[in-house]
Design a protein around this ligand. Structure first.
Ligand code: SF4
Length: 312
């Protein structure tokens, strides 16, 4: 396994250049020791990924973004929850998910552990594993890494969080997010095309391509409208797009208005109306946070209440 990319580590736009192999973490909070916070069949993704048997989600500890309202804050913070896995343990974990019948392997926030994931995927393909591999990410990817990701992944599921650099700076301390995310998204679409098949019912499961997610934030509708405009200009109306309403204020956001409240129905409707006016044909919309079954609590052995209990 080639772990040289960890030293010095420039795997993501933070470009820390720390020596993670020597045990020095960067902004992502992680050394070169692979840490995983949770894994299992996950029903909380869009139906075209979760299907009936679940997406084989693997949640990695740490994250380069550090959005202060991160829903996965218990695992994404520096020193967040997680256990160390050797490459062989990681391989057994993946095989275990596949044996459970998951529809895909879903690598959640994979950027900062890419050398481990790249080696695992190559090994699984050599062993004849055929299910799609899914890169589930923040959108904050280094454009120069996209072809390396695409060599292993079938599906890209990136966020496009911010079109407003001021908002990006406020939330994650990097005003470059809009330009970086848009360029990475262009390259993902060039590599894999749009999601195929695109079946909102989940009957035909996604095999390949790109679906973009955008989480609408409280009192940030101008950002959302600009996100939608940019996506429409760049990719046209057939871009598969998931417009999410599930913003939930975590403890760290509760002293930071307007991020201390849920989204209002009017705000979400404004976003949906604009997406429809722009003519997006492959648009997924959510009921307004009717349930928190998929709001994780990683302190619990079963972080997502909406997922089936583990098999005995
Ligand atoms: S992956 Fe982590 S250590 Fe490497 S550049 Fe990004 S934040 Fe820094």
């Amino acid at each position: 396994m080639d772990l040289s990319s960890y030293t010095p580590c420039r795997l993501c736009p933070r470009q820390c250049a720390t020596d993670r192999l020597a045990g020095v973490p960067g902004v992502c909070g992680e050394t070169a020791e692979l840490r995983i916070a949770s894994y299992g069949p996950h029903m909380g993704e869009e139906p075209c990924f979760s299907g009936t048997r679940g997406s084989g989600a693997i949640f990695f500890s740490g994250c380069p973004c550090h959005c202060f309202f991160c829903q996965n804050w218990q695992i994404s913070n520096a020193h967040g929850k997680g256990d160390a896995f050797s490459p062989d343990e990681f391989h057994r974990l993946a095989l275990g998910l596949i044996e459970l019948g998951v529809h895909n392997l879903n690598f959640v926030t994979p950027d900062h552990f890419w050398p481990h994931i790249e080696a695992l995927c190559a090994r699984l393909r050599d062993e004849g594993v055929k299910i799609p591999f899914l890169f589930n990410s923040s959108g904050y990817q280094l454009p120069s890494m996209i072809s390396r990701y695409a060599a292993q992944m079938d599906i890209f599921l990136p966020d496009f969080k911010f079109a407003d650099p001021v908002l990006a700076r406020l939330v994650m301390r990097d005003e470059r997010y809009p330009e970086i995310a848009l360029e990475s998204l262009r390259l993902m679409v060039a590599e894999k095309g749009f999601l195929e098949p695109f079946d909102p019912t989940g009957t035909d499961l996604a095999q390949r391509g790109v679906l973009v997610r955008h989480l609408v934030l409280p009192e940030s509708i101008e950002n959302t409208l600009r996100v939608l405009d940019l996506l429409r200009e760049e990719f046209g109306r057939w871009l598969p797009l998931s417009l999410m309403s599930q913003y939930t204020p975590i403890p760290a956001a509760q002293s930071r208005p307007p991020f201390d409240r849920h989204l209002s129905a009017a705000e979400y409707q404004t976003a949906v109306d604009h997406a429809q006016e722009l003519g997006f044909e492959n648009l997924l919309i959510q009921p307004l946070a009717a349930t928190d079954d998929f709001l994780p609590d990683f302190e619990k052995p079963r972080p997502f209440r909406g997922n089936p209990p583990p098999e005995p």
